[in-house]
Write a protein that binds this ligand. Sequence first.
Ligand SMILES: Cc1cc2nc3c(=O)[nH]c(=O)nc-3n(C[C@H](O)[C@H](O)[C@H](O)COP(=O)(O)OP(=O)(O)OC[C@H]3O[C@@H](n4cnc5c(N)ncnc54)[C@H](O)[C@@H]3O)c2cc1C
Length: 824
Amino acid sequence: MSILAPFLAVLLVVVLAAYHRWPLSVFAAIAGAALVAAALLGAHLTTTIVLGALLAVIVLPLLVTPVRQALVSSYLLKVYSRMLPQLSDTERTALEAGTVGFEGELFSGMPKWETLLAQPRPQLTAEEQAFLDGPVEEVCRMTNDWETTHVRADLAPEVWEFVKKNRFFGMIIPKEFGGLGFSALAHAKVIEKLASCSSSLSSTVGVPNSLGPGELLLHYGTREQKDHYLPRLADGREIPCFGLTGPTAGSDATSIPDFGIVCEGEWNGARVVGVRLNFDKRYITLAPVATIIGLAFRLYDPDGLLSETKDRGITLALVPRGTPGMDIGRRHFPLNCAFQNGPIHGKDVFLPLSQLIGGEDYIGHGWRMLVECLSVGRAITLPSTSSGASRLGAVVSGAYARIRKQFGLSIGRFEGVEEALARIAGNTYAMTALSQATAAAVDRGEKPAVPSAIAKYHCTELAREVARDAMDIHGGKGVILGPRNYLGRGWQAAPISITVEGANIMTRTLMIFGQGAIRCHPWVLKEMQAAQHPDPAVRLREFDRNLFGHIGFAISNAVRSWVFGLTASGIGKAPGDDYTRRFYRKLNRYSANLALVADTSMLLLGGKLKFKEKLSGRLGDVLSQLYIASAMLKRYEDEGRPATEQPLLAYAFHDSVFKIEKALSGALRNFPIRPAAWLLWALVFPWGRRAQEPSDRLGHRAAALLMSPCDARDRLGAGVFLTPCANNPAGRINSYLPKVILAEPVERKFLKALKNSDIEALTFPEQLTEGVNEGWITADERVQLEELRALTWDAISVDDFDSSELEAASLHRHAGAAGMIRAA
Ligand SMILES: Cc1cc2nc3c(=O)[nH]c(=O)nc-3n(C[C@H](O)[C@H](O)[C@H](O)COP(=O)(O)OP(=O)(O)OC[C@H]3O[C@@H](n4cnc5c(N)ncnc54)[C@H](O)[C@@H]3O)c2cc1C
């Protein structure tokens, strides 16, 4: 034992130092003291002295910077420079775009929760709330989604007029330019409510407020461009669209073949230097009705009219609709959604240089401009569209599952339906927290490149799951289209959100982790920058500093992973209350796991990691779930830790944790370098994979919340269009819930009398009469049952049409589309 004692003392100090991230000098001092103490307490002296000497030989040179640089860092710098993956300009731009917020903490292996919890609670101003309660509510009441999608294939003219007049297209445009100047949170809440009413409406309003001429001009426009266009965009005199995608350039957007040649041409009767454009774009939202078209193309200057460089790179311009050579106005028809979308073609379209966004100064910066703006736009439009549709889906599915009865019971009481309801509740809780978190990040001035990719991917994927479960719960009611169907169009539209603004497969496998690992990692980007520094002395100094920071970080994450794994995340400093503290501790563990596995992957796979999309996709899932779980905990704190919300938080949290472990175990089981995988497995899962999906009991509690009016349910459905009116069947069904619940005891009594043949009449009115006459129910209860029957009937009814009506709608559309169908 006395021989082992010095080893155990040093091991303990190593674990403590790594766990707490003590500097090397502190570790050396404490390890030395531990060895002295061990010797004094009777440890084997020779062993203690040899071990101390060995430690001194290893540690002391590392404490002297010049020695460390000469012996270790200079050699490793050479190796590192050879391994450094070659980044394309596109990748470099993507990596440099945006800022790093709390997601950086999640990559640290030791998140500073106080940073997250100190962020202010997101709140709307009185003016923003008034806009939501006023014009937004009104436009929802005006919009008839069936008519929009089936009859007109467009918003009604009065809806177009209303949104323009009330400056819905100018939410992100500051007041000084005539816009509404809303916060990102308000912008998100408006889109949420519109999406709960009509996906065609929310897309139409979402696009001008997202990536497009408005946002680009705000950031990069010349003063003249801002003064001219922004007020016109804000009040709808100009309808914008933005054309990047073409038939050959989809996900690989930088490969656009569209080009502009610098030359002289005619503009407003004068001869000026400008750009002659040829382009072929497709899928462009609002293009058929746009009056001003933002366009991305590659600019060439073969005659050197502007500079010596011939290929000037991706550049952005604004093309007025009537410009000669432009062919615009035809439509695509995306999955029965009626927002305007179509191709644009241009042949020898001439524009003066003043139409380039930002003027000559921004020639060649187009890709950076787009990527920077995308990090903001993606944080809001699609996440809030998804959360709005899902909030509505959650609340109405709960009401429907209570109102709709089969086998004498509300269908929501059957465990199969309850499972689907619980998933809806958990997914909606997670997605609304995530959507709110990214909007809040934008309001704090961040350009959340990585969180916006997380939010875009997960909100749209979760919304598709919610739509699927809601459809299943509604059965035929969800399938039969018509004015009474509030789910079918949303279900159809779900893949659109999945595809746009970076299709989801690529967003998951390339962007979330690819960008996240380098941007959010505390050392990697710094190391890369240091290794490329032109001054050799600075290069070595900076590389050395970052390298040793990184090594300490890696050792710490390995130790923390192992300690947290051994203790089942049962220890460690964590905020929260008695209910949530264990949740924070679990996230501490997975944060260390992510950092450890990510570091090892980058070290062992280097540039090849970029092509290992299955691995990077899984590590992206870990980062995403950590971010989503943090957003949920923040939401719980912001709402004052409501006990009634705990089943939702717990369900969604356990689901996240289960997904984290699934992703981590998938990454390790398939890790290409097996010995490394075995070691990582021992550190990450010392007792094996333990996390379970949310329990049935928890699912029961979460589902129950959707089926009865309560605070938690109100908060989950907050802000969506639930006004019970003629064109809002979902709102009507939701409003029936309290009355239906009140009538349930009477209904049970009545059904029992029927079952026991105490009431024998065959029709409902006769049964009621018999029930009253024979004292099974009172006269008041009869009225209650009649009302229940009427409400239920409205809730479960579907539409039917005369064949001629369906033909008429389709003919109406075909007449408008006649001759327009051609392959894009
Ligand atoms: C309704 C609608 C509206 C749109 N609005 C606009 C608009 O206003 N302006 C505009 O410019 N564009 C717009 N788009 C285009 C949209 O951004 C593209 O559809 C999207 O970029 C995907 O391109 P693609 O459809 O050509 O698919 P592809 O690029 O062919 O991709 C097909 C699949 O392959 C995957 N994939 C591709 N490369 C990789 C990779 N390296 N790793 C992993 N997976 C990969 C993708 O994720 C996708 O799942 C719109 C599209 C639609 C459908």
